[in-house]
Design a protein around this ligand. Structure first.
Ligand code: GLN
Length: 488
């Protein structure tokens, strides 16, 4: 049964619907695989064995009764542990939510389950999705399936590792500044961040509300497209969702890139990029050019400010979003705060939050404070507008913009933990898509020395996810990077 996990989500769904594969068997294989690799990877905060087997049994019964099955029928899926599942512990990898059992489902959870997907696990991540290496988790770092001494990326490291390690064909992450694309790149899988507003965040534990998006990881662009087609669309429970019609993403997979214009911001990607990353980036562009795409030069003059702008906006919003964790209604409550309400708040937050989350709450509170608001937060918002204009201009000349996903291959665990600034700089190529709202994808495009995966990032026009899927799928037909798997 183990080889069933080498199948794509689409293959599993078709076989389950066709009756040649039982959802319970697929689910069992996924659960066994998670149990087998988790001691080495630490990718899962919670494996939902009983609930998953019960749901899978339900799918098999539906099929036996002749019911039409959904587009993800019988597909095992892992969710980043910042998405609420009713009755299932959801922690955001934070001590402050260590005992939190949500009383409701996130919209993405309801949509996945309506489509027949089977939620098998909650994945480890950086605390409240703050980080680029998964080392900020209260439950310890996730290991990269390709190299145990390396980070899987972050913050959705567990979700990326779960797909890379063949535990599940699909998983969900959240991307506020690169947290789907960068771990996708580090783990050698596809990571997709939809356009801001495309997917409901109802039931996602908020980090930075003007940046957060939920999206899928898969081994192929087609599987990511299938997942997005289930997740996308307006939601009455999230006023920020867009009413833009959702196209048929799978229909976009024509295999043809002729005439597509790929914008390359040469000046921006020329500095501080690892040699292997640069080589694989150039080779990937050449592959697409040889297949009929056109490469065009684009300028992103404000992209060099993207990191400071992101870390001002994201921390400001985080400081506000995280104010709700006070030990009163839910989550951790300090036993040492009995003297006063203030003591309850401060002891709970001091004991419940980890160091990086505290750093961000303090930085965010500072940049929003009277006297500094204009100098930092307002200025950041103004530069954000300039960055958006850079992209609008680039998209007049090009259909997509290409960059490496990360300036470096997966780095060593512990390498950047003492230097937050170095950690933040790892996000240089991913944060712009969040600041502008544009959709983005990372696709496996090669390896650095030591078989460390490298990703190619494509950013698209607002709501044009289809072109990203189309190019990624065509690239997969021309290369075999996405078919390779790590030995754990
Ligand atoms: N690495 C970025 C940060 O730490 C992005 C995180 C994310 O996308 N959730 O803020």
């Amino acid at each position: 049964m183990a080889d069933v996990l080498n199948r794509t989500a689409r293959e599993i769904r078709d076989e389950v619907a066709g009756g040649t594969l039982s959802a319970v068997d697929v689910c069992g294989a996924s659960l066994d695989r998670m149990d087998a690799v988790n001691p080495a990877l630490n990718a899962f905060n919670h494996i939902a064995r009983d609930r998953a087997l019960e749901r899978a049994g339900e799918i098999d019964r539906q099929r036996a009764s002749g019911a039409t099955l959904g587009p993800l029928a019988g597909v095992p899926i892992a969710l980043k542990d910042n998405m609420c599942v009713k009755g299932m512990r959801t922690t955001a990898s934070s001590r402050i939510l260590d005992n939190f059992i949500p009383p409701y489902d996130a919209t993405v959870v309801a949509r996945l389950e309506r489509a027949g997907a089977v939620i098998v696990a909650k994945t480890n991540c950086d605390e409240f999705a703050m980080g680029s290496s998964n080392e900020n988790s209260a439950y310890g770092a996730v290991k990269n399936p390709w190299a145990a001494d390396r980070t899987p990326g972050g913050s959705s490291g567990g979700s990326a590792a779960a797909v890379a390690a063949r535990c599940v064909p699909l998983s969900l992450g959240s991307d506020t500044g690169g947290s789907i694309r960068q771990p996708g790149s580090f783990c050698g899988v596809v990571g997709f961040k939809p356009t801001y507003g495309r997917v409901s965040r109802y039931g996602l534990l908020a980090f930075a509300s003007s940046l957060d998006q939920i999206g899928p990881f898969g081994r192929t662009a087609a599987d990511a497209a299938l997942a997005l087609s289930v997740l996308a669309g307006p939601d009455g429970a999230d006023a920020t969702t867009a009413t833009e019609p959702v196209p048929d993403y799978l229909a976009a997979l024509t295999g043809d890139v002729k005439g597509i214009r790929i914008g390359v911001p040469r000046a921006f990607v020329s500095e501080g990029v690892d040699a292997d990353v640069r080589r694989t980036f150039d080779e990937a562009l050449e592959t697409l050019r040889a297949a009929g795409a056109t490469l065009v030069d684009v300028e992103l003059p404000h992209a060099k400010y993207a990191i400071p702008v992101y870390y001002l906006v994201a921390t400001a919003e985080a400081s506000s979003n995280l104010a709700r964790y006070d030990g009163v209604k839910y989550g951790y409550r300090s036993p040492h705060g009995k003297d006063s309400l203030k003591a309850l708040y401060s002891r709970t937050r001091d004991e419940g939050f980890g160091p990086e989350v505290k750093r961000r709450i303090m930085l965010g509170t500072y940049v929003l404070s009277a006297g500094y608001y204009d100098a930092f937060y307002l200025k950041a918002q103004q530069v954000r507008t300039l960055l958006r204009r850079d992209y609008e201009k680039a998209f007049q000349k090009a259909d997509v913009v290409a960059m490496p996903t990360s300036p470096m291959p997966p780095f060593k665990l512990g390498e950047k933990t003492d230097d937050p600034l170095q950690m933040y700089l790892a996000d240089v190529f991913t944060v712009s898509a969040n600041l502008t709202g544009a959709p983005g994808i990372s696709i496996p495009c090669g390896f650095a020395a030591g078989r460390l995966p490298i990703g190619l990032q494509l950013t698209g026009r607002m709501f044009d996810e289809s072109t990203l899927f189309r190019i990624a799928d065509a690239y997969e037909r021309l290369t075999d990077w996405h078919t390779q798997s790590p030995v754990i």
